[in-house]
Structure formats: C-alpha cells, structure tokens
Design a protein around this ligand. Sequence first.
Ligand code: TNX
Length: 676
Amino acid sequence: MRKFLFIILLCLLPAMAAAQDLIPKPVSVEYGKGEFTIKKQIKIYCSQEAGPAAEYLLDKISNAIPLKKRSITARSGFRGGRGDIQLYTDPAMDLPTEGYRLTVTPRNIIIVGKDYGGVFNGIQTLLQLFPSLVYDNTGWYDTSISAPCVEVEDWPRFGYRGMHLDISRTFSDKKEVLKYIESMAYHKINKFHWHLTDDEGWRVEIKSRPELAEIGGFRGGDSPVFPIYGAWDRKYGGYFTHEDIREVVEFARVRNIEIIPEIDLPGHSRTAGKVYPHILCDGPKDTAHSAGYDMRDVWCASKEENYAILEDVLREISELFPSRYIHIGGDEVNMNQWSRCPLCQATMKKEGLSTGHELEGYFMARLEKILEKYGKSAVVWNEAIIGGKLSESTVVQGWESVDACKKAASAGYKTIVMPGKYFYLDMKYTPQEPGMTWAGIVSTDTVYSFRFQELGFTPQQMENVVGVQGTFFSEIYLDHDRNYVYRMVYPRLCALAEVGWTPEENREWDEFNSRLENTHFGRLERMNIDYRKSPKPVPEVKLLRPALSVSSSMDARDSNPFTNLTTYKYGTTTRTTRTCVENDFILFEFDKPVDCDRIEFVSGYSYLRRCIIPFGYVEVKYAGDKEFSRYGDMHNGKTVIKSGKPIKAFRIVSTSKMNGDSSVIIQPLRVVAKEF
Ligand code: TNX
C-alpha cells in the first residue's frame, strides 16, 4: 500500500511542479486537491462574446487529444452552470481590466473574465496547467489531459504589454507574422507594434499611392531602393496587401492583441524618397560619399503635397487597423536636410521655429491633426517631443534611455517604457553571440531586472506609464536563418511578459529562471519556438600579429586610420571616406611571408553586415611569387584565405558599384596560427 501511494505521489509530482511554473506569474494561485481530466469529449459553454476564445481553446485541446465529441454552445448572457468548460465575461466583477478568475475542480473549469481579454488571459493560464502537448500541432496525441484543481485570481500590472517586429529591414511574410503573434499571445502580450516602413522597404499596400509598396516593397535588382542589409545580389522584399492585413488583424483580435502599425516619419524614409523623389527637400542631394546614390531619407516638412500624400497613407492605415493608435515615428531625423532646404527655412521663419526639433514638432502636429480627423491618436518615438508640445492624446515610446521615459512621463504624456538597454531584443545576449550592440548586452536577466522603483520613477511619472514593450529590429536577421528572430526574442520576451504582468514584489530572478528551466523551455519546444540556448564555448585559437602594411584605393577617415589594421587593434576599425566602387582594392603586404592556418578578412561592422564590400575577389601573392594570382571570390563582405602555403601579400578587389552607404569599414585581420 505504501509503495502504491509512493508511486501515485511520484506520478503527481511532475504535474504539480509544472502547475507552479506559470509564466507570467499570476497574482494569486491556490491549488486544491485532484484534477480535471479531458478524455474523449468536451463540452464548452460560453457567452456570445467569449465565442472566439472558446474556439481558440478547443483548437489547443484538440492538439493534445483526438476528441471524439466536441461542442461549443455560445449563448448571449450565459453566466455559467453548464458545460465541462465555462467561459464568460462579467464586467461587474471586482477585478481590473483584463483580469480573470479561473477555477478548476474535478467537475469543471470556469473562467470568468472582466472582459474578453480577461477570458483570453484565463485561457492562457489554463493552457499552461495542461501538459505542453496542447501547444503542439504536429500530430502527437495523448489519450487524456489533466489540469490540477486550482483557483487563480489574476490581472495585469499594466494595460500595455507590447512587442514589436520590424519587417522593413528583413521581410517576414504573413505566415511568419501569424506565428510571431501566436507566440506573443501565449505570454499574455497584448499589443503588437508593427514596424511597416523604414529606409529599406515599405511593407504595406497603399491603394491610393500604389507605388509606395509596389516599388518600395522591394530593394536590389532593378529597384531604385539600393540594398543596404543582406540580399545583395537579388531583388528582395514583399509587402502586405489590405486583405493580408485584415486577416492578421482578425487573428490578433481573437488573441487579445491590438496591432499598432507604424509608418516611420519624417525620417527613416529613404524608401519613400526613392519612390517619390519629389517628397524630399529642395536642398542639395546627399551623394558626396556614395557613388552618386542620394542618401536623403527625410520628408520635406514644407511641401503641401507631402501632407496630401501622408493623408492618403494615414487614412488608409486608419481604416485598415481598428486600433485607436497609429505610430507615426519621429526618431532619428537627419535635420541637416531641412536646414539646407529653402522651403523649410521659409516655413521655420513663418511659423517662428528656431530649431530642427521644433520643425519636427510642427510636422508631427500636422500629422496628429490628420489622425484626429480619422478618429485616431498618435504614438511617437521619444525625440518627437523635444521640439514642443504635442497633443495630449499622443503616446510616447521612450526608447533611448530610462531618462527619456521619465522625461516623457513628467511632461504629461502617456508613456510606453522600452529603453534599449533593457528591452531591445535585437541586442546580443552575451558578447560572443550575434546581435546588435548599441544599447549594450541584454541578457534575459537584464530584461527581468527592470524595476521601476529602483530606477527612480516617481509616483507622478508612474501615473503616466501605460506599460512596457520589447523590440525586434531586423537589420541582422537576413544574415541568419529564419529562426534567428525566435532565438533573439525567446526567452527574453518571457521575462518582459512578467515585468509587464506581475507585481514587482512577486518577482525574483532565480525563481523565475527555475520556472523557465523546469517547465517553460519545454513549452517553448512544443510551441515550435527555437528559443536561445546557452552557447557552446568557442574553440580557442591563437592569433598571430605578423608585421604588415596596408594600402588602398580608398582613403581612411582620420578617426579610423589604416594603422588600426597594422596594429591589430581589435575592437577598432578602419573606415573609408566614401563607399567602394568597382576595382577599389585593399592591399595587405606582410613584411615576411606568413605561414598560418588561415586569414580571415571581414568588411563592415563585426555584428552588422553594413558598410561592407558586398562582392569582390581575392588575389594572393605566395612566398617566392612575383605576381598575384586569383584565390577566389568574395561574397557578402567577408572571406577566409586558407591556402596551406606561406603568403606574402593579398588583395581584396571590389566588383560592387557601391555598398548603399557612404563608407567601407574594415576589421583588423584575424591571422589564425596552425594547430598549437
Ligand atoms: C534604433 S528604435 C532605431 C532603429 C534601429 C534600432 C536597432 C528607434 C527609434 N530607432 O532604427 O533599427 O535602433 O536596434
């Protein structure tokens, strides 16, 4: 008998452990005795408005068990009493928006939500109580699934718990975007900030201005938009039609996710400027360092026709997206283009504006007016408020720093807190892994460590904080496989989800991390999310520093001289004064022939394939040779020379007409010693 009890206890253990590993952690959970089991059939009763959530839940349950009988009965005014699973809303319940009560007993499961979002959040908690098979739609089944008896009372800390995706730099198609949204929903993320336009591509159809997407949706090949990140040798891109967008919006709506689309204005607009050159300022072109390619990327703030185009764009976007909010950008505007433009100078005089930021304020305020006409409010990046007061209804995203968030909140704007240092999920996890670096190294722990109080947010500022958000900018994505985005986003988004959901005093890193490791990683596997695993140690190599001289057909900037290459100063680079053109070369001559395993040449940033020599070839002069001989081709800005013979010199020759940028960056060579 004792042995029997022990076995039962053993069987219960995994279920109990899993049950406690909820992410994001609920406000209150009380476990009871026993469990609710689904075998061959299930009856769901729900109120009318909870119908889509019921369908969603049934789909997930059907992932885990081949149901013989399944039914959903939706009745208006349903308030519980019948059905194995009962779902309904009760706007009068004493919980905040999106709150819910989930009760599991051996007899039934009841989820009461304050609203639709509440019911949906309750379903997400329930899914985590079931075995992770509910997430797996690849045809693996069990004969039954159970959830432990429990009473959960729960609500979010913030009403805004967002995640972002940049589909301009690297395009993601509809199927990929839907998977991304689904993964967010599993973590009770309820806002999707969709970055649809930027310098490298316009990804949303505008029927009244079709060229924007038809031409601007693609770069490279015969497109006027030159490649700047990846896909150098082909026409690359895509865009979402209105029909696609409606499908995505509906998919998100069922999942309690509001989509906030972004048209990044007035900067980050090189694509629009290539499609419609007349939208740029009347000032000089910016071609000095770029082999004739005009680098300008800012809408002229003074051409009335521009506001007419933008009204068309914003009207269609407003009609397509039900959200009250449309993101109109406002970040990183190169104001030199305005200061060289006679029209913008005249506008500034007329309007009494003395700085570029004030002109940006004028531009954004005009767009706010347009949005208002279509019943919408603006979301903007934090720089947009430097130049003066925007509308009270405008929401600010603080991305540059914690301070920028505080400033926006103090100035009275509703603020979304998303400082790069904590929440930019395109940053590296560790220095050895891929990712951007401008905001620093962002480990999962870094994300989780975000605490408003410790960072000195005042109670007044907190009143304006609507929530938190992560970003995934996609400059580097194209240089990796399609799962790169998931490794960058997960598990960091799990941490962010908890920052946005769980009361600060209930959060503790070690305990969160054990929930991740014990259970949640297993869920992510079943969700088909290729989350980041700790990297394997990189095999150590010995680097040689043979004396050499470097020369080039391109000049180096004073700030990044060629001597950074001859002294092998890792971490610094050489940067040329212009882009590369055909037949530009860089010549490396060693004082003595070098006998090594290999030489690695990398152009561009170490972590970002930009400012590279996109294509070229390599010529080598071996010890004893008089002439150079062709070693091979170079693709995507980097090459490895592994010849087995001592090398006296080598030369990289460009076959690219330009690199879409105004300089070339060269990293110090890595000359790897033979086995040591
Ligand atoms: C900053 S976030 C940007 C983006 C880049 C991102 C890369 C923001 C307002 N501007 O344009 O893609 O960094 O991390």
